[in-house]
Write a protein that binds this ligand. Structure first.
Ligand code: GDP
Ligand code: MG
Length: 772
């Protein structure tokens, strides 16, 4: 069979692998026939395709470009049998609008048909027109008819031409995926409806197709016309000056004047073309009318050359069969030219795909030992990641946010620390609370003493204020550990979602388990601090110090007040009314102007100073808190017992007196803030508040120190040390291996897909290697 069929297996194989590999199509060249009217262009195309379907004849027959797409169908293609004739062309046209032309026809729509009914008409080859989507032409005479009709529809009935192409696809197992273009013939003289510039129009139309470097031209020259006048060769030279993609085809050799021959032309002596000339004998008009078959005419052509007195010697290089062979060579050369690029591309793809495949890991864990090793390995990795995240030695530490161990320290130092510091230990204590506590604890006795019981009563609930922040600290660390445990996976582990979720579950369980003990220890710590109020704590403010502090504060307050009064008085003096405030001035000013730390006046005698000093030191022993003072106190005989018995013994009377005196001096009438309190009560309240603040501060500091230690001990470190054992004891069981190593469905699919693609690439690479 003299057609391009010989190339089909190779090209199909290539096209398949290349298509599968997702590389651009092989991009075979387009084949166009050019030549003057009736030179035999359509005849050549027909014989090349091996089908009788193109309108031919004398005069201008091809009046629109025909883009003939040959589509190779595998012999077993389901497309071949799935066909139902569209009810009407217009209906099918509207149905298929927007659908790719002629493709996707294997839909259910067609498969519903009983192909047996059609068996008489269904063959494995048919044509489809773009302008009649879905309609299959099994009868090639009908195709010819439709080309004629469609030509007339656009180009008119009277010799007119149109640049609008007719698109025809021919599906067959016996064709090469190739595009052929039949073009109107070059004409000089307008006839019929042809415009005056018909020659130019046709030339431009032809150039539109053949100018593309991807186009191989069959420049058709009838042998009965002088080659020098060949329009096709002139035109071909314009776009292919080196003659690299032009094949000269000499038709109608049988019609040459007797005594002349084309031997010189065919042997390339007349006109240089790299691809050479091929002489052919097509069917004559008479043959066509007598319906001589292509096969028959091919045989005759062969015979013609073999027996011809001149062509006999070159008969193997003549004829349609040889032309087809030549075309094959040209196409193959074209393919070969492209192959190295494709091969390089394939190699890159293979490399990439191999990498991708490696990223999925292999599924080699098939034996029980393999599985055990794999599980153990991933388990250890998980545990190591957990520990190293906490310790901050993890290799992929985030730079965007605090994580792991750093976050835990942040919780301790900042979140917990700040929440402790923000507690005001007396804000929830009203003066009346304090007074009630004092009254209740002193009973019927006159409240000469600041009662320890009241302090105890009041400070204990305040310590409880530390509990919420402490428990919150535990929770935050717990949450952070949970977060860490969710981030301990590795890409390898992601392949086994079951194993991953079980690992997380076991560690979560462990963490949850530890939450209770940690919380209760923390609660205990708070309780411990509430259990005994240690007023002997070295950091605790002594009652004397507290009282001195009150005095101090009051003095300062008074100083400010008196300065204000002074200023006021001076202004009044300036106004002429000055005497009213002099009394107040005499009473207060000397004291206020004196040394601000202690109430020792400049006017005091040495004696007085001594007395005061001994009284001071006595009081310091009495209320003092350090060992040195205690030792000195031992000299004081029976007073010692009082001091050790009750921290809240009498606050030095002179201090009390002084505090009260200052207040009186300030001229305040009663207590502005708390008018219901006696001055003594107010003083006591203030004293107790200060003591609470002091004591609370001590406990707060201890709690701030102890809670993180407790959390580390009971929760963080415990889990760190236990995690590995726990994972092994819970999950390292042979009965679980199968289940744990169930692969992620998507991943398994991805890997399978990847493997398949890789296989395709490798095959393609091999095939290409063969062709190269
Ligand atoms: P086109 O106009 O270039 O497409 O030429 P056609 O293929 O339509 O052919 C024009 C006419 O010439 C037809 O009647 C053909 O039968 C006839 N013809 C083409 N080639 C040959 C040939 O090699 N020998 C003979 N005797 N007639 C031919
Ligand atoms: Mg034609």
């Amino acid at each position: 069979m003299a057609s391009l069929e010989d190339l089909i297996p190779t090209v199909n194989k290539l096209q398949d692998v290349i298509y599968d590999a997702g590389i651009d199509t092989l991009d075979l060249p387009v084949l166009a026939v050019i030549g003057s009217q009736s030179s035999g262009k359509s005849s050549i195309l027909e014989t090349l395709v091996g089908k009788d379907f193109l309108p031919r004849g004398t005069g201008i027959v091809t009046r629109r470009p025909l883009i003939l797409q040959l589509v190779n169908l595998p012999v077993d293609s389901p497309l071949i049998n799935n066909y139902v004739e569209p009810q009407t062309a217009s209906q099918s046209l509207s149905q298929n609008l927007g659908e790719e032309w002629g493709e996707g026809r294997s839909s259910e729509h067609y498969s519903r048909l009983n192909s047996k009914d059609k068996s008489s008409t269904v063959s494995d080859q048919w044509g489809e027109f773009l302008h009649m989507p879905g309609r299959r032409f099994y009868d090639f005479d009908q195709i010819k008819q439709e080309i004629e009709n469609e030509t007339a529809r656009i180009a008119g009935k009277n010799k007119g031409i149109s640049r609008i192409p007719i698109n025809l696809k021919i599906y067959s197992p016996h064709v090469l995926n190739l595009t052929l273009i039949d073009l109107p013939g070059i004409t000089k003289v307008p006839i019929g409806e042809q415009p005056a510039d018909i020659e130019k129009q046709i030339r431009n139309l032809i150039l539109e197709y053949v100018a593309k470097p991807n186009c191989i031209m069959l420049a058709v020259c009838p042998a009965n016309i002088d080659l020098v006048n060949s329009e096709s060769l002139k035109l071909a030279r314009e776009v292919d000056p080196q003659g690299k993609r032009t094949i000269g085809v000499i038709t109608k050799l049988d019609l040459m004047d007797s005594g002349t021959n084309a031997l010189d032309i065919l042997s390339g002596k007349v006109y240089p073309l790299k691809l050479g000339f091929v002489g052919v004998v097509n069917r004559s008009q008479q043959d066509i009318q007598e319906k001589r078959s292509i096969d028959d005419s091919l045989l005759r052509e062969e015979e013609y050359f073999a027996k011809h007195p001149f062509y006999r010697t070159i008969s193997t290089r003549c004829g349609t069969k040889f032309l087809a062979k030549k075309l094959n060579q040209v196409l193959l050369a074209h393919i070969r030219e492209k192959l190295p690029d494709i091969k390089a591309r394939l190699n890159t793809l293979i490399g990439q795909t191999e990498q991708e495949l490696a990223s999925y890991g292999d599924c080699s864990a098939t034996t029980q030992e393999n599985k055990a090793a794999l599980i153990l390995q991933m388990m250890n990795r998980f545990a190591t990641n957990f520990v190293s995240s906490i310790e901050g030695t993890s290799s992929d530490i985030s730079t965007k946010e605090l994580c792991g161990g750093a976050r835990i320290y942040y919780i301790y130092n900042n979140i917990f620390g700040n929440s402790l510091n923000s507690i005001n230990p007396t804000s929830n204590l009203s003066v009346s609370d304090i007074r009630t506590a004092i009254r209740n604890s002193t009973g019927p006795r006159p409240s000469l003493f600041v009662p320890e019981l009241a302090f105890d009563l009041l400070v204990k609930p305040q310590i409880k204020l530390l509990q919420d922040p402490a428990l919150r600290c535990v929770e935050l660390v717990y949450e952070e550990l949970m977060k860490i445990c969710h981030n301990c996976g590795t890409p390898a582990l992601a392949r086994y979602p079951k194993l991953q979720s079980r690992l997380i579950e076991v560690v979560s369980d462990l963490l949850r388990e530890r939450l209770g003990p940690t919380r209760s220890y923390v609660e205990s710590l708070i309780d411990i601090h509430r259990a005994f109020i240690n007023t002997n704590h070295p950091g605790f403010l002594s009652a004397t110090e507290a009282m001195a502090d009150i005095v101090e504060t009051r003095k300062k307050k008074l100083e400010v007040a008196s300065r204000a009064a002074d200023l006021k008085r001076k202004r009044k003096d300036a106004d002429g009314s000055s005497s009213a405030m002099s009394e107040a001035k005499n009473g207060i000013s000397p004291r206020i102007d004196s040394d601000s730390t202690m109430a020792t006046s400049d006017t005091e005698s040495d004696d007085e100073k001594d007395t005061k000093q001994s009284k001071d030191s006595f009081l310091n022993y009495f209320f003092g808190k350090d060992q040195r003072k205690g030792e000195q106190l031992s000299d004081m005989g029976d007073k010692k017992s009082i001091a050790t018995d009750n921290y809240f013994s009498e606050v030095p009377e002179y201090l009390q007196m002084e505090a009260l005196q200052i207040r009186e001096a300030s001229g305040e009438q009663g207590n502005a803030e708390h008018p219901e309190l006696t001055e003594k009560e107010e003083l006591e309240c203030e004293l107790i508040k200060r003591l609470i603040v002091s004591y609370f501060g001590i406990v707060r500091e201890m709690i701030q120190d102890q809670i993180p230690k407790a959390v580390m001990c009971f929760l963080v470190n415990f889990c760190k040390e236990e995690v590995q054992n726990r994972l092994v004891s819970r999950l390292y069981k042979e009965t679980l291996f199968e289940e744990l190593l169930m692969e992620d469905q998507n991943l398994a699919q991805d890997r399978a897909k990847c493997l398949k693609i890789l296989d395709t690439y490798r095959k393609a690479s091999l095939i290409i290697g063969d062709i190269l």
